[in-house]
Write a protein that binds this ligand. Structure first.
Ligand code: FAD
Length: 384
């Protein structure tokens, strides 16, 4: 690439792409709408493929240090009563890349922001893009920002999340698809007895428990929410407690301590189904802007990280940016759709309310949960 890249959106995808390009010596300006730039919400887990991408960004050591590294990749499935159903083990990649790291979102963000800082990436906070002029392919693109300033560059990448403004500029409005599910998340002090990922299977609901640092864990529960109901923020704590009241075992003491609204985040789960191409001319999309997934495989962030690493590699040395962006979408589409589809299926299986179907599901999990997991990760082990 002869000129630099303007990246719109400083979330996981945009920050990672800025790092990946800067490490290759490609000039980058990162535009982030928020003036105080720290993500809300609780925790997330990053599986081996996402960790491998973080390794390629040079930050895996810092990620390991600030999160909780699963000692054995184990995932314990329990019934809502706390009775064991089965246990699965997530794969590592070689000896270096762990199977799972749980961490606070704000810590992931801090690690990425530290790296941006070290690499001297130009980060512009509190502004957004108002116009992109890519009308003359032989000249640089002109990007106008909301503060009236302009930038010139060789490519613009929209990494601006599920309600992407850049996607709308390229292709018109595309409303994300509501899945019918809601996710409730809370953070807690970690009891010493919990040092594994736990997934509890209830009636129409699932509740996960996962350490996110040496002394914290987070709980994430899924409920069916037909019609996309609105829950006022100040009721989230009470509603979460009520929705998961049937969960016993390790969940019971954690649910009992949910009493402050700021402990809980509620999210209506949506997906983005954007057909190819994911770019027009020299303006393209990555991350949730292109392919937001439901969170039931915990893979949205990992897909964003993989996007960033691959796109930087493809842009490095590219003469024809427009063709490179088209080729990028074509390389990523099937894999991101595979994750979206698998994740949706997990959500639907977990939402079963029929008692007999639940018994059958749980018994099937005993014979096939590990096989299903292995098959999912064998697919992701194929080159991006
Ligand atoms: C409940 C839930 C749980 C999840 N759990 C996991 C998990 O455990 N593991 C995992 O890997 N993934 C998880 N995900 C998915 C993951 O959060 C997303 O896939 C990931 O955040 C996508 O990153 P992104 O950078 O594409 O978008 P975002 O994280 O949404 O970042 C977009 C950024 O762009 C900025 N922005 C938006 N519009 C503009 C604009 N017009 N101009 C400038 N800036 C703008 C925003 O402020 C934001 O900083 C979960 C998602 C949900 C909903």
């Amino acid at each position: 690439m002869k000129s630099g890249v303007v990246i719109v959106g400083g979330g996981i995808a945009g920050s990672a792409l800025s790092i990946a390009l800067a490490r290759r010596g490609i000039g980058t300006t990162l535009i982030e709408r928020e003036a105080s730039w720290a993500p809300l919400s609780s925790g997330l887990f990053i599986y081996s493929n996402g960790l491998q991408a973080l390794d390629r960004l040079g930050v895996l050591g810092a990620i390991r240090d600030s999160g909780w590294v699963s000692p054995d990749g184990g995932n314990l499935y329990l019934s809502a009563d706390g009775e064991p159903i089965t246990r699965t083990v997530y794969p590592t990649i070689g000896d270096e890349i762990p199977a799972i790291v749980g961490m606070r979102r704000v810590e992931l963000h801090r690690v990425l922001a530290d790296s941006l800082d070290k690499l001297k990436v130009n980060v512009r906070l509190g502004v957004t893009v108002t116009a992109i002029d890519d009308s003359q392919s032989t000249k640089p693109i002109t990007v106008t920002l909301s503060d009236g300033s302009t930038l010139t560059c060789g490519a613009v990448i929209g990494a601006d999340g599920i309600r992407s403004q850049i996607r709308t500029l390229l292709f018109g409005a595309l409303e994300p698809t509501y899945t019918g599910f809601g996710v409730w998340r809370s953070t807690h002090a970690k009891p010493a007895s919990i040092d594994t990922k736990i997934m509890m299977m209830g009636v129409g609901t699932r509740l996960g428990i996962m350490p996110i640092s040496r002394d914290e864990l987070y709980m994430f529960g899924t409920t069916r929410e037909p019609g996309k109901p609105y829950y006022p923020r100040d009721q989230w704590a009470a509603v979460m407690r009520a929705k998961f009241a049937a969960f016993k075992g390790p969940a019971a003491p954690l649910l009992a301590e949910i009493d402050r609204p700021e402990q809980v985040y509620y999210t209506s789960v949506e997906e983005v189904h954007l057909p190819l191409p994911w770019s027009r001319g020299r303006v393209g999309l990555i991350g949730d802007a292109a392919h937001s997934s439901s969170p039931f495989m915990g893979q949205g962030g990992a897909m964003a990280l993989e996007d960033a690493v691959l796109l930087a590699e493809m842009l490095d040395g590219a003469d024809d940016v427009a063709a490179t962006l088209t080729a990028f979408g074509e390389r990523r589409y099937d894999r991101c759709k595979f994750v979206q589809d698998a994740s949706r299926q997990v959500g639907q299986a977990g939402a079963t309310e029929d008692k007999d179907a639940i018994l059958m599901r749980n018994s099937r999990m005993q014979s096939s949960a590990q096989r299903d997991l292995d098959s999912f990760y064998a697919h992701l082990a194929q080159p991006v």
